[in-house]
Design a protein around this ligand. Structure first.
Ligand SMILES: NC(=O)c1ccc[n+]([C@@H]2O[C@H](COP(=O)([O-])OP(=O)(O)OC[C@H]3O[C@@H](n4cnc5c(N)ncnc54)[C@H](O)[C@@H]3O)[C@@H](O)[C@H]2O)c1
Length: 314
């Protein structure tokens, strides 16, 4: 498999490139950045080769400027992690507008030259996924975003810690926006196949505290260590692996929702359970939610539709 990481000089892009290089199914990795960051990429490449030598792996790592997208067309997938950081005065919408310009440029260039898949990581991820879909004109199965997959991992950890079980025994997901209107689906969370709501001590489960803590998780990591990297990069590798092996797992990614979920007007990219395979998103899984979860999800889709609309003309 050949993968391209645009934004590979950044925190997540470089960590992701390192983790991908260790995966058996990866043959080539293209590290892409702006001209001014190419030196940094050289350092990333050298560091990864040291790690490969130590771990008995090999992969071909190439460096490209973002002005030569036409050389990336052998990629099975192009992952975009480029984006400006939100500074103190910037609203979420300001960031969306700034990053939409970057994503527009990359998506148009990719589609002009290549037939591949686009995996969006840059924030606000649902809005950037929408922008990439619109500007590339690709089929919606081939443009998707990290969505609430990482938030779902955070939910999983919180459940495991509360019930004192192994993290891997927990199945849980968050749907909606990767942001303030996200909705953790407690109705479908389970431990070892047992719905958490049927477990002893569930009545003390601090759902809203956990929801608030997941909403601020990224910000807290930023404050403590200047940005998350292991979590997002590992979550991205999960998805790449699922596609490489055609695993057809159900993950919660940002995808373009139309009328797949009854009663919900889509027209926005939003985190929903999807079946993930070799071609990208195989299908959206319209799972049944509790009424209150459904209403919260509907509101989240409305929020995202507004954001998506506001970057349409950029
Ligand atoms: N979806 C998620 O769950 C999730 C989680 C964490 C971070 N993120 C997002 O991932 C993105 C990358 O995060 P990071 O911590 O690696 O950030 P970073 O600042 O370390 O890296 C950003 C990258 O974007 C590049 N860049 C900045 N401005 C650019 C421009 N105008 N044109 C082209 N490239 C530009 C930088 O050179 C760098 O390579 C951010 O948008 C962040 O918010 C998403």
């Amino acid at each position: 498999m050949e993968i391209t990481v645009i934004g590979a000089s950044g925190k997540i892009g470089s960590q992701l490139s390192f983790l991908l290089a260790r995966e058996k199914y990866i043959r080539n990795i293209n590290l892409v950045a702006r001209e001014k960051s190419l030196n940094m990429l050289e350092g990333v490449k050298m560091d990864i080769y040291d790690a490969l030598a130590a771990s008995g792996r090999d992969a071909e790592i190439r460096i490209h400027s973002d002005t030569e997208i036409e050389n990336l067309c052998n990629s099975d997938m192009i992952i975009i992690t480029s984006g400006a950081k939100r500074n103190g005065n910037m609203s979420r919408l300001d960031l969306a507008k700034t990053n939409a310009k970057i994503i527009k440029n990359y998506s148009q260039e990719i589609a002009k030259h290549c037939d591949t898949k686009i995996f969006m990581v840059s924030n606000p991820v649902d809005v950037m996924t929408y922008k990439a879909l619109m500007e590339s004109g690709y089929d919606k199965s081939k443009v998707f975003g990290l969505g609430t997959h990482l938030d779902s991992m955070r939910f999983k950890v919180a459940i495991a810690k509360f019930f004192k079980v192994h993290i891997d025994d927990v199945r849980a997901r968050i749907v909606g926006e990767h942001g303030d209107s996200m909705v953790p689906l407690i109705s479908s969370a389970a431990i070892g196949g047992i719905p958490v709501r049927r477990l002893p001590n569930y009545e003390n489960f601090p759902y809203y505290d956990i929801l608030n803590s997941i909403k601020t998780h990224g910000k807290r990591i930023n404050g403590l260590k200047n940005g998350s990297e292991y979590g997002p990069a590992s979550a991205i590798v999960n998805i790449v692996k699922c596609m490489a092996n055609n695993d057809r797992r159900i993950l919660t990614l940002s995808t373009y929702l139309e009328d797949e979920i009854e009663g919900i007007e889509g027209n926005a990219c939003v985190g929903v359970p999807v079946k993930v395979g070799k071609k990208g998103i195989d299908e959206i899984i319209p799972i049944k939610m509790e009424d209150w979860e459904y209403e919260a999800f509907k509101k989240s889709v409305d929020v995202l539709r507004g954001y998506c609309k506001s970057v349409s003309d950029i």
